[in-house]
Design a protein around this ligand. Structure first.
Ligand code: DGT
Ligand code: CA
Ligand code: CA
Ligand code: ZN
Length: 613
């Protein structure tokens, strides 16, 4: 069902699979529960009821097993965080794809409430005050009230929160139409499976920005091969998918709908003979397509979503003949190009590389041998150290690095020196018993405001490696933030720069920073900027990462996982690494255990020598 030559990682790539009832993804179940929790709170219901749904959402997102498997086994109620009252609701979602309670609750509020709840920094409690006192029923009404200064006058608000709300509104406007990879990927895969279950559908692919592993997704693009006579039936089938909330468009060769999570999905229906050209076109990017078309034109051909065409000498446009090319590979080859992985199709030099046959074998999910930035319940993770280690073993990994927070991150129950040493004993015991995977002693050590590290050098030297991260004082000037990072990158004990730009996708822009200066310092001192694969971050961004790798730098793909399930977020990092044209040799955690051990040992030896001077 998927492109044979497309080694997409599991989370980003299409996996339409065969038949069977469409499974609803955990993130969709969690989104429904979370919205119920918000609306119950907004309604002013018994707070325990609302909290039960919020806890349920968190439990569903964090658990290692698939919620549907547990439902089928009848053991959902045994999961910590899922109360007995919630089991029936989750069962309803698993069976029908929706929850009647949510529809009832939505009907009790103006339609604009869903948007208002998405404003960063505005929770249901305060939204309720705005609705009751200022009759706010939409983001437009809220913006007006802020501009007119009416929000600042409300008890419990004030000028500062009014300003924050305006910032939240503009952030929502800027990002509100886009979606994070887990939700978009899950929604697309559910639709692809649903489409594949129709007997007239010969082939399904997920195209667009999702196939290119972009960091956020505007809308889903699905492509199916269907005989012309069956298109209408397949459009009906598509619009009847359990996740479809609303049909937007119904045409002869296309359809569009809004699915759960407020995500738009475009469907294109083509003949099997047009499939390869259509897949190429709808995968994009637009810039890539424009360059490909120009290349076709320079050979006297035309390339469009229906195929690559040649005009017979003297004939007019209507007499174009189509080359019989039945794969993307064949179309690229006809244009004198090696096949270009979808992630690289951004119109950023990849066509020249392909023309020179210089696109290397990019890193793939299967190359990873372990990972190095995960949290346990020693700090703010939800699983035990043993639980995280076992989950890593289940992924087939050789090693796992535990990097709980340091003491300054009090909000995340950061570890002090004595807790660190206790944790080391547990890790040493694990390794001494020969248990798998091998565990590294790491820390995610806060970088304080002035660039100093949160632990003293002696303690730092006891770790196998150090991820240094900024978790506070995001508002520093560009100069101060750059100096802070440069100082940290120069510390001999620092192995990795943690989520270097601090962005939270769709929520928070990167802080002010001269990234180039920081990367220069990292290069000089041998620190590695991590590729934080948490789908909320994907930091370092693939654009600067590409430059860093091209100039000889190395990275390491870390999930920043807070639960066993979070470990598989590395798949998103693989997509981003591929966008940066990374090969396995540039990814530290694609190396086998012994090499990583040797790398850390060398770094530590060097740090000892430098600190002894
Ligand atoms: P998104 O949805 O904003 O995350 O990004 P895409 O890339 O999925 O964009 P979308 O859904 O508008 O279109 C899907 C693909 O269709 C796009 O990547 C390339 C192709 N496409 C769309 N509009 C144009 C166009 O005006 N010219 C060309 N050459 N290709 C287009
Ligand atoms: Ca799209
Ligand atoms: Ca689209
Ligand atoms: Zn962090």
């Amino acid at each position: 069902m998927t492109d044979i030559d497309d080694p997409s990682p599991p989370a980003g790539g299409p996996s339409a699979g065969s038949g069977g009832p469409p499974r609803i993804h955990r993130s969709q179940i969690a989104a429904i529960l979370r919205e119920v929790a918000d609306l119950l709170e907004l309604k002013g219901e018994n707070p325990f009821r609302s909290r039960a749904y919020a806890n349920g959402a968190r439990a569903i997102e964090g658990m290692a097993e698939d919620p549907q498997d547990l439902y089928e086994a009848g053991t959902l109620g045994e999961v910590r965080g899922i109360g007995p009252g919630l089991v029936a609701g989750i069962a309803e979602i698993v069976l029908t794809g929706s929850l009647a309670l949510l529809a009832e609750l939505r009907a009790e509020f103006p339609a604009g409430v869903q948007d208002l709840l998405r404003i960063p920094g505005l929770g249901p409690k305060r939204l309720r005050l705005l609705i009751e006192n200022l009759q706010i029923d939409s983001t437009a009404a809220l913006e007006r009230a802020c501009r007119e200064g009416r929000v600042a006058l409300l008890p419990g608000f004030g000028a500062k929160s009014q300003e924050k709300l305006l910032q939240g509104l503009s952030s929502l406007q800027k990002h509100g139409e886009r979606h994070l990879l887990p939700a978009a990927g899950a929604a697309a895969q559910a639709l692809a499976r649903h489409l594949a279950a129709h007997p007239a559908v010969a082939r399904v692919e997920i195209a667009g920005s999702l196939r290119r592993s972009c960091e956020t997704i505007g809308d889903l693009d699905l492509l199916v091969a269907v005989p012309a006579g069956e298109r209408e039936a397949v459009v009906d089938h598509f619009l009847a998918a359990p996740s479809v909330l609303q049909a937007i468009e119904r045409g002869a060769t296309k359809a569009a709908a809004v699915v759960a999570g407020g995500i738009r999905a475009d469907l294109r229906l083509v003949e099997a003979s047009e499939f390869a050209a259509a897949l190429l076109h709808f995968t994009g990017s637009k810039e890539h397509n424009v360059e490909l078309r120009a290349r076709a034109k320079s050979r006297g051909w035309t390339l469009n979503e229906y195929g690559l065409h040649q005009r017979q000498p003297g004939a007019d446009e209507a007499e174009e003949t189509r080359f019989a090319l039945d794969s993307e590979q064949a179309i690229y080859a006809k244009l004198g190009l090696a096949w270009i992985p979808p992630e690289a199709r951004e119109g950023m030099g990849e066509i020249d590389l392909a023309a020179a046959a210089a696109i290397p074998e990019l890193v793939a999910y299967a190359d990873l041998r372990g990972t190095l930035h995960v949290h346990t319940d020693w700090s703010d993770g939800i699983a035990t150290l043993e639980g995280m280690a076992n989950a890593a073993a289940n992924l087939g990994w050789e090693y796992l690095g535990i990097a709980d927070h340091s003491r300054a991150a009090a909000y995340a129950r950061g570890l002090d020196a004595s807790r660190v040493r206790q944790q080391w004993l547990e890790i040493d015991a694990w390794n001494a018993a020969g248990r798998k995977p091998f565990l590294f002693k790491g820390t995610e050590c806060d970088i304080l405001g002035d660039g100093a590290l949160d632990f003293d050098d002696e303690l730092l030297l006891g770790f196998d490696y150090v991820v240094a991260s900024v978790h506070s004082r995001f508002g520093l000037s560009r100069e101060a933030m750059t100096a802070r990072w440069v100082r940290a990158a120069a510390h001999p004990c620092v192995t990795f720069l943690g989520h270097p730009t601090g962005r939270l996708l769709l929520v928070r822009e990167p802080y002010e920073l001269d990234l180039e200066a920081v990367l220069d310092a990292a290069r000089i001192h041998g620190a590695i900027p991590e590729l934080n694969a948490n789908p909320h971050r994907l930091d370092l961004d693939w654009r600067p990462l590409r430059g860093w790798l091209a100039s000889g730098g190395m990275t390491s793909i870390h999930p920043d996982a807070h639960s066993p399930h979070g470990l598989s977020d590395v798949a998103f990092g693989i997509g981003i690494a591929r966008k940066a044209l990374a090969v396995p040799a540039q990814i530290l955690n694609s190396r086998p255990l012994a090499e990583v051990q040797a790398y850390f040992a060398d770094r530590r030896q060097r740090a000892r020598e430098l600190l002894a001077r």
